[in-house]
Design a protein around this ligand. Structure first.
Ligand code: CO
Length: 158
């Protein structure tokens, strides 16, 4: 496993639409392993492949619950309901937070690293993380969805 550099604010790669994964090979496994290590060190709740410079539909989420690390390849939100409104950030935008409205519940269909299809439900923070990471695969960052960004004072008290 190896750490990968996280692409930062302003890099055009964050605005690109990612291509589907077609080959479930050793290269994909290495990417997922590296992303997991990178996410852990950065202490984030999610990371998408374009954030490490790879324009493929791959992301990972770990909200610290019993599910542990969730690997999503070619993920799609197939159901969403409810509403939540709260502060959201991104490893590519350090020290920036915005108020973003997201569904409270989502169901995601995806493939695992071997190509096997599965569905997974997320509620609250996990739903937010799924939406945020899948947005990355479509070249959308949270700032575009934010109703407003938080001021430095507000961040201090968050
Ligand atoms: Co992000």
């Amino acid at each position: 496993m190896a750490l990968r550099d996280i692409v930062q604010d302003g890099d055009k790669i964050l605005t690109k639409v990612c291509r589907p994964v077609e080959k479930f090979d050793a290269k994909l496994a290495t990417l997922l392993d590296d992303m997991a290590e990178t996410l852990k060190l950065a202490e984030g709740v999610g990371l998408a492949a374009p954030q490490v410079g790879i324009l493929r539909r791959v992301c990972i989420v770990d909200v610290g619950d019993e599910s542990g690390l969730i690997e999503l390849v070619n993920p799609e939100i197939i159901d969403r309901s409810g509403k939540q409104c709260g502060a959201e950030g991104c490893l590519s935008f350090p020290n920036q937070y915005g108020i973003v409205e997201r569904p409270m519940f989502v169901t995601v269909k995806a493939q695992d690293r071997n190509g096997k299809e599965f569905t997974i439900k997320g509620e609250a923070l996990k739903a937010r993380a799924f939406c945020h990471e899948i947005d990355h695969l479509n070249g959308v960052v949270f700032k575009e969805r934010a109703e407003r960004m938080l001021s430095p004072d507000e961040i201090e008290t968050t």
